[in-house]
Design a binder for this molecule. Structure first.
Ligand code: AMP
Ligand code: MG
Length: 343
């Protein structure tokens, strides 16, 4: 069985073709980027409209299959931006009608989880889901992906992007922050905000803005800490300190979740899971606790269509069917609202 998956919850339009053994035949995508600043939802919408047709051709070419070989269409039904979500919803409905095959709208965070489960082979992991808008620690219990802990304000990706924007980087800022961070070892103290298995980033962002705005545009000297010392600071040092602080918070929260839930496997998935330093910290913690660790491969970490196709196959084979009404997009659809009928 072959499924075509379509993703357009936010910055990326992606199309993937996957078979029911989990082989990814093609995974084509295009991401809206900027030289500076963030992404405007309307620009993302225009970008997705522009690229959908090209990607559709490309995905069939790469997979070496014809539209008539496809048995199922899956798309991201939510959560995400209302406008961009509707791009794949409309396209998916049109394709399913034209090809006369079933259509299924799937939950985007769960697609990130299931693609990482596929690449890891893990059966009962704790999942650290780190993407733009979402940051959650999740595990499967009583038929649902339950959220054990999560951000109390902004998602880690949006946090890194907003901070990067502030120091003049373009979208997506996360990978650029990673690159700059790798050039420093100068740590400045930032707020460390964790409550049990929940955590928060907006206070850290305010603090970073305060430090960097004082010394804009050069970021060369900053007045720091209660001692009011002057320290020579570059963007690299701010990026390094930011990563060390927020990834330590996530690692601490995950460690607590693993202990509470008594699990032996940890998965990290979502766009920010591409980050090497985050992987290193989690890996060190897992080694110390005898936990198996898997970081989703980089090419499957960010938003793409293959993960949507794979979840579509899992749900379809488990017997889930949706009426046209049930394929309406849902901007705020949480992972823990979905009955997991496929495991
Ligand atoms: P997603 O919404 O799952 O596609 O994730 C997108 C988010 O991942 C954006 O906020 C990116 O800045 C972030 N991101 C992508 N690559 C990296 C990286 N290497 N390090 C940190 N954040 C990243
Ligand atoms: Mg995502």
């Amino acid at each position: 069985m072959l499924c075509l998956g379509i993703e357009s919850t936010s910055h990326t339009i992606g199309l993937g073709i996957v078979d029911d053994d989990g082989n990814i035949l093609a995974n084509e995508r295009s991401t809206l980027t900027t030289e500076s600043g963030g992404i405007h939802p309307r620009k993302a919408l225009e970008h997705h409209h522009l690229f959908f047709g090209l990607l559709l051709e490309k995905v069939f070419d790469t997979a070496k299959v014809k539209p008539s070989d496809i048995d199922l269409i899956a798309f991201s039904k939510g959560p995400g931006l209302g406008g961009t979500l509707r791009v794949s919803a409309a396209a998916a409905r049109a394709l399913a009608t034209k090809l006369n095959i079933p259509l299924i709208g799937v939950n985007h965070p769960i697609a990130h989880i299931e693609i990482a489960k596929l690449t890891s082979g893990f059966k009962d992991p704790v999942i650290l889901y780190v993407s733009g808008a979402n940051t959650q620690i999740i595990s499967l219990a009583a038929g649902r992906y339950r959220v054990a802990g999560e951000t109390l304000d902004i998602g880690i990706g949006n946090f890194l992007d907003a901070f990067g924007r502030y120091i003049g980087l373009g979208f997506p800022q996360g990978p650029k922050v990673e690159e700059l961070a790798s050039k420093s070892k100068t740590y400045i103290e930032l707020p460390y905000t964790i409550k049990g298995i929940d955590f928060s980033f907006s206070g850290i962002l305010t603090n970073l803005k305060r430090i960097s705005s004082k010394y804009k545009p050069k970021l060369s000297k900053a007045k720091l800490g209660p001692a009011k010392q002057y320290v020579s600071l570059g963007k690299e040092d701010l990026c390094y300190s930011t990563q060390e602080t927020v990834f330590a918070i996530l690692t601490e929260a995950v460690e607590r979740a693993l202990a509470h839930l008594d699990k032996k496997e940890l998965l990290v998935t979502g766009g920010v899971a591409a980050n090497k330093r985050l992987g290193e910290m989690l890996n060190t913690m897992c080694k110390a606790r005898g936990i198996k660790f898997h970081q989703v491969p980089r090419e499957l970490s960010g938003d793409q269509g293959a993960m949507i196709a794979w979840l579509g196959i899992l749900e379809h084979k488990a017997g889930r069917k949706q009426t046209l009404k049930q394929t309406e997009v849902d901007k705020n659809w949480r992972a823990d609202e979905v009955d997991v009928i496929w495991t």
